[in-house]
Ligand binder design. Structure first.
Ligand code: ASP
Ligand code: MG
Length: 421
């Protein structure tokens, strides 16, 4: 017997047929002998619609009321799934975030979970009942409903798995796992059996959209084993080796786990791309101590996140600074830098939204040299110009013209030997 948290995303519960099919899946998991708790998202499209209502009434709406409105999507699904489970003969009960409770901080619209009392649910599960928990929500110190930020029900599921000391958190979605890259761009992309938390975290933060970044952070911290798998495919109930070491089955999806659990580590686990950034260059800045602070200080005060940065110094005592910001922040960044012109004294400012960030990620980079040089050579062989480079211990990212996105991702996927077949 294992204790499993099963989480179903919006497309998995998009209509009543899908909800019936989810109920069937939960039922089979329960009948295999596991203790199960379920976390659900809103039916697909519902949260967008609720957000739209708030915005239509007032773009500057009260965040507490926004939470009161947008948290209802998950509440509907939890009740419907409980009904579907009961109809299928399974003892089930729905739970809103506040009932458990999922205690959060008071940052309405983007709250963080602070503590979960799992005792009540454990008792119910041990008595054979399936709790169906509304994801994406909690209760703040002001005793009002909070929501966790878009995509937050992944985080609800991982936090619940940690609180219940579950053996695994199965995240059911519309893809059957984590791929070496986007299969829509590279048909020969390969599904990974396992990926390390740190790799998943880097991939999620640079554009892979399967899991909310925060959910991966939390899983890594709490050592929650996540499986990403499809709710659209039929197959046997996912069962792992028991504590007795006897293999009772295999897992169909991708496991996100501690690096130590991965026996055959690839040097590069995956390649991600993002078209969400824009490039900003401030040219001919007088080169003196404090210029970087003069440029980036006002941006951070205006809540503009800066990602990649290069600085190049010319012979004439001036320097050029190039960096990226989120496309949605570009207008604000321009405004801030124009206002700071008197302090920074730059010659001119150039901006370019037509860029893509391509990242290769893998824990194997810690012990293998040459990953970056392979990337640079591969791109240069295709005559793709690299505009900015940034690295971390397990990631190399480059900024290129957006028109080269597909070409670059395909070429790199082959260069690192990731193509199937
Ligand atoms: N329903 C929420 C959203 O669409 C939370 C989630 O689905 O994870 O963002
Ligand atoms: Mg999601």
């Amino acid at each position: 017997m294992a204790r499993i948290v099963m989480k179903f995303g919006g497309t998995s519960v998009a209509d009543l047929d899908r909800i019936r099919s989810v109920a069937d899946r939960v039922k089979r998991q329960v009948e295999s002998g596991d203790e199960v708790a379920v976390v659900v998202s809103a039916m697909s499209g519902v949260t967008n619609q609720l957000v739209g209502y708030c915005q239509a009434l007032s773009p500057l709406h009260d965040a507490r009321e926004y939470d009161a409105v947008v948290s209802t999507g998950e509440q509907v699904t939890s009740g419907l799934l409980a009904i579907a489970l009961q109809t299928a003969g399974i003892d089930a009960r729905s739970w809103s975030g506040w009932q458990i409770p999922f205690g959060t901080d008071g940052a309405h619209g983007k709250a963080r979970i602070e503590d979960i009392d799992g005792a009540l649910l454990v008792a119910r599960m041990q008595a054979g009942q399936v709790p169906v928990v509304a994801g994406f929500q909690g209760i703040g110190p002001d005793n009002r409903v909070t929501t966790l930020g878009r995509g937050g029900s992944d985080t609800s599921a991982v936090a619940l798995a940690a609180a219940l000391k579950a053996d695994r958190c199965d995240i059911y979605t519309d893809v059957d796992g984590i791929y070496t890259t986007d299969p829509r761009i590279v048909p020969r992309a390969r599904r990974l059996d396992k990926i390390a938390y740190e790799e998943m975290l880097e991939l999620a933060s640079v554009g892979a959209k399967v899991l909310q970044t925060r959910s991966v952070e939390l899983a890594m911290k709490e050592r929650v084993r996540i499986q990403v798998l499809s709710s659209f495919e039929d197959g046997p109930v996912p069962v792992e080796n028991g504590g007795d070491g006897v293999s009772r089955g295999t897992l169909p999806g991708t496991l996100v786990v501690d690096e130590d659990e991965i026996v055959e580590k690839e040097i590069v686990a995956g390649i991600a791309y993002s078209r969400d950034d824009a490039k900003v260059t401030v040219r001919k800045v007088p080169d003196r101590p404090g210029v970087a602070a003069a440029v980036f200080g006002p941006l951070s005060e205006a809540n503009v996140n800066v990602d990649m940065i290069v600085q190049s110094t010319g012979a004439d005592g001036t320097t050029d600074m190039t960096f990226t910001v989120g496309k949605t922040d570009l207008a604000r960044a321009i405004q801030v830098l124009e206002a700071a012109h008197g302090d920074i004294q730059y010659g001119e400012m150039l901006t370019d939204p037509d860029v893509a960030k391509i990242s290769v990620v893998g824990v194997g980079m810690r012990s293998h040299a040459g990953v970056a040089s392979t990337m640079f050579r591969t791109l240069s062989d295709r005559s793709i110009n690299i505009q900015v480079i940034s690295t971390s211990e397990i990631k190399v990212s480059v900024l290129i013209g957006v028109e080269y996105t597909e070409l670059a991702v395909r070429a790199l996927h082959s260069a690192y030997g990731l193509d199937v077949g």
